[in-house]
Design a protein around this ligand. Structure first.
Ligand SMILES: [Ca+2]
Length: 340
């Protein structure tokens, strides 16, 4: 939820780490000056004095927020390593348990939004280990740190005000507004802007509680997917085998017109009908023909032609709206398959 939620920052230039003591003190002082100005703007935007005082007074930057920013695993590891680690026995077993435990609610939400429950489970499982690890950082503090940082300041400043709006609307108490270093919150890791746009109050108690209420968590994830074009009559894609001429095949189907959407799509082939992939010698993992469906798919080989190969469909693009990284999106798909 990265436009949701997250997006990749690349490297942040300014840092609180590795500074000399004098520079560090100066940096802290600059942050406090910046914070004072922020409070003035918050007042102009109509947030109450009480909220501003409570949420912003005495705030200190989180050095960790900037440090962690440099280490987003979905961009640093090979696909195989990233995916194998996440498709652990624990995650699959727990997912199947959760599927049983929350069957009624998952089915109800799935029907209401048009998303197969196994995908809701897969996002939930990958984002926060089924709600057991949602991040312990104070969201306002994380966002203020990144808003102060020059690299992506304007984006995070907006998210900081969005977070204040969430507090103002009473969905969560300040003390409980926890999440990741980058400001992603709750069991589905929504950025504040995504929260305001897409989070759901599915149990109807007046609060969109993506931290503690399963109904709201599931419905928010499903609504996010629905908003970005999910089609519950289709799956995400599949792992395939390539013919002996894999290398020349991949060359032959190279993207001619860049596909619109997130950057990860640049690492995909042209979009071809499944029947054509079949003619080109692409097969299911068990070497059977691909299904005879009239779908178009792109081929992607995240670790190169000698690594795993995948055909991806429309829903794969929606998964990328959650997090623009092929490793992430394929892993969501593979986990959902395990939870069928
Ligand atoms: Ca609720």
């Amino acid at each position: 939820m990265k436009r949701l939620k997250r997006f990749s920052l690349g490297v942040v230039a300014l840092s609180f780490c590795g500074l000399s003591q004098a520079t560090f003190a100066q940096e802290q002082a600059d942050f406090q000056t910046w914070l004072t100005e922020l409070k003035v703007e918050a007042k102009q935007k109509g947030y109450s004095d009480e909220l501003i005082e409570k949420a912003l007074t005495g705030l200190k930057p989180y050095p960790k927020a900037i440090k962690s920013d440099r280490a987003q695993p979905e961009f640093k590891r090979t696909f195989k390593r990233y995916s194998t680690k996440r498709l652990s026995e624990w995650r699959i077993k727990t997912g199947l348990k959760m599927k049983k435990k929350h069957k009624d609610m998952l089915e109800k939400v799935g029907k209401a939004y048009g998303v197969q429950p196994r995908f809701i489970l897969a996002f939930w499982g990958l984002e926060t280990n089924y709600g057991t690890f949602t991040g312990n950082n104070d969201i306002i503090r994380s966002l203020a740190t990144l808003a102060y940082d020059k690299r992506r300041g304007p984006y995070f400043r907006k998210e900081l005000f969005n977070a204040l709006t969430i507090l103002k609307e009473g969905h969560i108490e300040l003390e409980d507004m926890k999440g990741s270093w980058s400001g992603a919150m709750g069991q589905g890791q929504f950025m504040p802007s995504s929260f305001l746009q897409l989070a759901q109050d599915f149990d109807g108690d007046g609060r969109k509680d993506i931290w503690h209420t399963h109904a709201d968590v599931f419905a928010s994830i499903a609504n996010y997917l629905k908003h970005y074009g999910w089609n519950d009559q289709q799956t995400w894609g599949r792992q395939v085998t390539l013919p002996d001429n894999a290398k020349s095949l991949v060359e032959q189907v190279k993207q001619t017109t860049p596909e619109k959407g997130c950057r990860a799509l640049r690492a995909h082939s042209d979009k071809l009908p499944i029947s054509q992939w079949n003619e080109l010698g692409v097969r299911r993992l068990n070497n059977n023909d691909l299904p005879a469906v009239s779908l178009k798919a792109t081929l992607t080989v995240p670790d190169g032609v000698s690594g795993d190969a995948f055909l991806t469909y429309g829903n794969f693009r929606t998964i990328l709206r959650y997090n623009c990284a092929n490793s992430y999106a394929i892993t969501v798909g593979l986990l959902s398959d395990k939870l069928k």
